[in-house]
Design a protein around this ligand. Sequence first.
Ligand code: ZN
Ligand code: ZN
Length: 404
Amino acid sequence: MKILLIISDGLGDRPFSGLNGKTSLEAANKPNLNTLAKEGMIGLIDPIAPGVIPGSDTSHLNYLGYDPFKYYTGRGPFEAMGTGLTLRGGDVAFRANFATVDDDGVVTDRRAGRIREGTSELAKPLNMRIEDVEILFKEGTEHRAALVLRGEGITTNVSDNDPHSENLKPKEIVATAEDGKKTARILNEFYKRSLKILKEQPVNLKRKSEGLKEANAILFRGGGSVPRLPSFNEKYSIKGGYVAAVALVSGICRLVGLKDFTPSGVTGSTDTNVKAKFESAIKALNEVDFVLVNVKGTDIAGHDGSGVEKRDFIEKIDAAMSETVMKVKENTVICFTGDHSTPASVKEHTSDPVPILLRYPGCRKDGVGKFDEISAKDGYLRLRGSDLMNVLLSSANLAEKYGA
Ligand code: ZN
Ligand code: ZN
């Protein structure tokens, strides 16, 4: 049997005033999800643990069976993955900013006037090699970027250069332990070279002529090493794949060795082609045993505070299931849930447990027959994120007996 895990990002919600006090999921017209609920069981999942507010990164790690308290190494590496860089275990990644310095090297704007355009052109020439170390540099949103060091003897035991306030010079990077000397030397050299490179970039010459702040320096902080995660395929003795447009999620999936089946042209927002994602995932199940699909629109609408848009996106997901997910029911474990709650009334992630639906041929039926946060209290399932892979594997008859 195959396993299809659909994660509607930020799915869980609270009563929303714009929907007469219903949650987006309660208010949505969702015949397919309700059918699956009738044929299976629903309940609640704590993505990490009760009261722990999950990030998308930590909860996806936990769902895949990688304890975030052990493997999560901070925002540096995970935000770097979020830029779309393909990272390897052992790489050291920093959160970076484009900044503005004056002729004396003093920081006059830590965010380069919140630069929005041209950062991709500025980032490219900052990819370089210093000694035997490869430097990867990739722009993120606005002034943000990621700086990654890859090579022998690179560690996180260094200070950073971010003065954290303006009218100061960026700090010299120093080793904070004996094994940090090489990394500090490389970073100082990178900073020196980046000043020269950035100054001459057409994007900056143009900004200067227009009286805009030049993005002529890089500040970096929050270094963390990319965790070495055991491969998913070896851990579970099955083959896994994923469909995800959001770089943070796809970065984690790639890091554990899931194969990418994301179709081209999909986005990480409410305008995405959900049907194309489901079609690709189902096709992938001919090749692999497990596919994780992430649809991000529910989280985006939650952050925007729009319970109505979130409801509409849930209806879009449900409609996309008709010709796809609903056609593979007979040989597939179908699990539908979220990676955390993003209530539209809060506009941020909360620790509220998330509704989960599980359906496979011959499974118990809990008789609830509809799928939402409130009905979930009557369902069978009470899970933590770390239970999810066990439950999915045993539902698919892929688990081994523990004991005699
Ligand atoms: Zn999320
Ligand atoms: Zn979010």
